[in-house]
Ligand binder design. Structure first.
Ligand code: MLT
Length: 410
């Protein structure tokens, strides 16, 4: 008999979003007449920008001609895309990142999990609480935690609460940690990190030889010019941070899949024998061994995001979702609900009304308003009593959802 990876047996419930999907499916089978509006998983609804589609069409045609057809591409991504990313996303903002430090991939979710491949088993890991569940679950899967307690906290991880009480600013750990996950704009709270906060984290990482995993998948939603879009805007971050970015939420690529990870050269960690090892070399090895690259057609589409038309169209998309977020924020605030986020991020984080737990509010909202959200406790114990609404939907659906929530709560 073969053996399973027992670490998987430590995982608490199902992964949050499939669990929500399961409950919604059951509800809609029992109430086939209900017109459900989904503001749960942050999945985009608006079409790909025209510039992206045109570039993809052109690339498809190239694939139809013998002399322009492409087979395997470079695993790290085509130079045309890596160069466009380095120039537009980093160098233009004063962040010194080169094209060959960018690894194009099929998603930030995959990369934030896969990155653990190149780190040893004895690292002390810190996560904020609440947190994007993938960071925690992937550590459980590789065996870096003990069992979970009743609140869902795994032994061996350092949890840093981010709640209204501390204005959603994570305190620096009081113990030494080696790997730190930070996500800004934050999923799920929709809050951002100021330059000062990020500087404190970079300083902590440098003083403790720690590495920050910085998930900036939602950076395009930052409207406040004083808020950094990349951790590399903070001096010294090249030597202590890996950044994850995505085209999913920015340019509507959740279905087409394209993202990238930045591993700066010179960023090092220690081997068991105490020798300093370049993480860029290890990630290159991992990426080229286990991944065959994002399809050419998709990379051409991603490149078009950086054309003049592409930039304007992406900005329109982002503004559209941010207007949805504003509608949700304003209307819920008008109902007397405490609302956070949604200004520099596509997520609204609210206090559940009355004394409802997160899952109780989920069930009320689904049964009475036929609206799906995400229970805060699904993101961690400190998310209990909170609830997340995503601004990714059509205007008509967001307005209808607001109408129904008002009727339910009045
Ligand atoms: C979310 O809803 O938190 C995200 O859509 C999940 C993801 O991007 O994987």
């Amino acid at each position: 008999m073969a053996y399973v990876n027992d670490n998987y047996l430590k995982l608490k419930a199902g992964y949050l979003f499939p669990e929500i999907g399961r409950r919604v499916k059951k509800f809609s089978e029992e109430h086939p007449e209900a017109k459900i509006i989904r503001l749960g998983i942050g999945d985009v609804t608006e079409p790909l920008p025209a510039a992206v589609r045109e570039a993809m069409h052109k690339a498809v045609d190239e694939m139809g001609q013998r002399d322009t057809f492409r087979g395997y591409g470079p695993e790290q991504g085509y130079d045309f895309l890596r160069e466009a990313i380095a120039k537009n996303d980093f160098q233009s903002r004063g962040a010194n990142i080169a094209a060959d430090e960018i690894f194009v991939s099929d998603g930030s979710k995959c990369d934030t999990g896969n990155i653990l491949d190149i780190f040893g088993p004895n690292n002390m890991i810190a996560v904020t609480d609440p947190v994007y569940p993938v960071y925690v679950d992937t550590n459980v899967m590789v065996g870096r935690t003990g069992a979970a307690d009743d609140a869902g906290r795994y032994a061996g991880l350092v949890y840093i609460p981010v709640t209204a009480e501390n204005h959603f600013v994570p305190a620096l750990p009081t113990q030494k940690v080696d790997l730190i996950y930070l996500c800004y704009p934050n999923n799920p709270t929709g809050t951002v990190a100021s330059k000062e906060t990020l500087t404190q984290w970079v300083n902590y990482a440098k003083q403790n030889d720690a590495i920050i995993f910085y998930d900036a998948a939602y950076e395009a939603f930052i409207t406040d010019p004083s808020v950094p879009r990349s951790i590399y805007e903070i001096p010294g971050a090249r030597n202590c941070a890996i950044e994850f970015r995505s085209f999913s939420k920015t340019a509507g690529f959740t279905g087409t899949r394209c993202a990238f990870t930045v591993v700066p050269k010179g960023l090092k960690a220690k081997s068991a024998s105490g020798e300093l090892v370049e993480l860029h070399a290890l990630w290159t090895r991992r990426h080229t061994t286990k991944f065959n690259g994002v399809p050419y057609v998709i990379q051409r589409g991603a490149e078009a995001v950086y054309s003049a038309e592409g930039k304007a169209q992406v900005q329109e998309l982002v503004s559209f979702y941010l207007e949805n977020a504003k509608i949700l924020r304003d209307e819920l605030t008008g109902l007397g609900i405490k609302v956070y986020g949604g200004v520099n991020a596509p997520y609204i984080w609210l206090k559940t009304p009355g004394s409802a737990t997160s899952w109780e509010f989920f069930d009320q909202l689904l049964s009475n308003a036929h609206v799906v959200g995400t229970p805060g406790s699904g993101f961690g114990a400190s998310g209990e009593g909170y609830f997340r609404l995503s601004a990714f939907n059509s205007r008509a659906n967001v307005e209808e959802a607001v109408r129904r929530i008002k009727t339910m709560l009045k």
